[in-house]
Ligand binder design. Structure first.
Ligand code: C2E
Ligand code: CA
Ligand code: CA
Length: 434
């Protein structure tokens, strides 16, 4: 296919049309209502190749691949729209033919590329992720770019040598993510998140003595969006800080509003990076002061993930904050890979055994023994143990027999709004549950 425009920008390294040329041609096809085929070739390990052979050889490799794509089929035009991103566009063909065509390119990438630089020859294997789609003439340029960026960003690293067809399922997933992200942004701006609280039963005190705060987001259409869905997205999109500060403020406001709440602690979930933020203590203190709240009732839950990432720094910050009276829970214990002894050198007041670990208790004798041993280790290190995700009477009984100190789960109570929590605590006061 010939280039469709006369005034064209070329990529100086490969001589292919550049990103602006690509979009110029996209506009042209949209105007013509053409259903052309687009193949994005994302070179996956270019950084690694540059490190291993040198940047010049890496550049040469891009030139060789570009040449291959340019010569492949006269129905298609090749472009270089990013450092490691090449594109072919053209061929108004059937999906079956398109798939065959792309499969051919994929096969070529299974073989070495011959690259010569300064009279030396290199045989380089370069994996690529091939995304292909048909241009939808209803799309704007931005829509197309979103589709490309979204799909490529979703490719896990072990699948970087792969062919993906942008189909309805990916489209629906992308629309859903876009919707959720919009709702999260709206909720941040308008502080419309709600906090729910899940009571936690203390086996020694034989009553509900603490609670975990859990964020709730309802879309503007009233539908529920689970934190399991939007929190990871907020992390990726740099919104988690804003959310955590809103959460902390709402929880401090709640504690300030109910000074006689019969709970010795309410915990909030924080991503570990936040506690490393230099303004962390000051901001907490500000919220506590604004809402006349006693910081002694507030706890912070963090997961193992951050500890493995930045152990020494986390240790220093936690020790400092603990001296200031801000105490920590280790969340989701049993899901990560950190080593127990280094974890126990951190000042955790509470270790929360994840539901997956708790479930093994009733599935085998070995599971049961392991939980008991782990609990003993935690106790020897002056930590309190919480069993998370307890759903049945049998699990609750076994947890208590195995000397787990506190129990959280649907068996006792689901997370609930403030007012229901107050009512719940009022009703259950003094009632033994196990
Ligand atoms: P998490 O911190 O492990 O919270 C416990 C999750 O287990 C909650 O899910 C809770 O509703 C659920 N759960 C409690 N008991 C049971 C049970 O018996 N069975 C089952 N199957 N589940 C139970 P939720 O509220 O959907 O929260 C999911 C995750 O989202 C949380 O896991 C936490 O990682 C994150 N999250 C929730 N609220 C916040 C928040 O305010 N800030 C941050 N940064 N993350 C939050
Ligand atoms: Ca938690
Ligand atoms: Ca947890």
């Amino acid at each position: 296919m010939n280039n469709v425009s006369s005034c064209y920008n070329y990529d100086s390294m490969t001589g292919l049309g550049d990103r602006s040329a690509f979009f110029q041609d996209v506009r042209y096809h949209i105007e013509l209502d053409a259903h052309v085929h687009i193949i994005v070739v994302q070179l996956s390990h270019l950084a690694h190749i540059n490190r291993r052979y040198g940047v010049q050889v890496g550049d040469q490799l891009i030139r060789v691949i570009s040449e291959y794509l340019k010569e492949l089929d006269e129905e298609y035009t090749a472009y270089r729209i990013g450092n490691s991103r090449l594109v072919l566009m053209g061929g108004e063909c059937t999906q079956h033919k398109a798939e065959e065509f792309v499969e051919g390119i994929h096969k070529r990438f299974q073989k070495d590329w011959r690259v010569s630089y300064r009279e030396k020859e290199y045989a380089i294997l370069s994996s690529a992720c091939l995304l292909h789609l048909f241009l939808d003439p209803r799309d704007t340029e931005n829509d197309l770019l979103d589709k490309i960026n979204y799909t490529i960003s979703m490719v896990p690293s072990h699948e970087e040598d792969n062919v993906i067809f942008f189909d309805e399922a990916i489209n629906a997933d992308m629309q859903r993510k876009r919707y959720v992200l919009e709702e999260v942004r709206y909720a941040i701006e308008n502080k419309t998140f709600q906090m729910y609280y899940q009571p936690i039963y203390d086996c020694q005190k034989e009553r509900f003595d603490s609670a975990e705060s859990l964020i709730r987001l309802f879309g503007r259409d009233g539908s529920f969006i689970s934190p399991g869905e939007f929190i990871p997205m907020a992390e990726i999109n740099g919104l988690i800080d804003d959310i955590s500060w809103i959460v902390l403020e709402k929880v401090c406001e709640f504690l300030g509003h109910y000074p006689d709440l019969p709970l010795s602690a309410v915990s909030v979930n924080m991503t570990g990076k936040q506690i490393l933020n230099p303004g962390f203590v000051r901001r907490i203190e500000e919220h506590l002061e604004n809402y006349h709240t006693d910081g002694g009732r507030l706890r912070i839950e963090i997961t193992e993930r951050i500890i493995t990432e930045d152990f020494e720094k986390v240790k220093k910050v936690m020790e400092y904050l603990s001296r200031k009276g801000i105490h920590f829970y280790l969340d989701d214990f049993g899901t990560g890979y950190s080593n127990i002894s280094s974890m126990l050198s951190l000042p955790f007041e509470v270790i929360k055994f994840d539901q997956s670990l708790v479930k093994t208790m009733n599935s085998s004798d070995k599971g049961l023994r392991t939980i008991g041993l782990l609990a003993d280790i935690m106790h020897e290190n002056d930590c309190v143990v919480v069993a998370e995700g307890v759903e049945t009477e049998q699990q609750a009984k076994t947890a208590q027999e195995r000397r787990l100190d506190r129990i959280q789960g649907y068996y006792f109570a689901r997370p609930m709004p403030e007012k229901e929590l107050i009512q719940f605590l009022e009703e259950k006061r003094g009632l033994r549950w196990i």
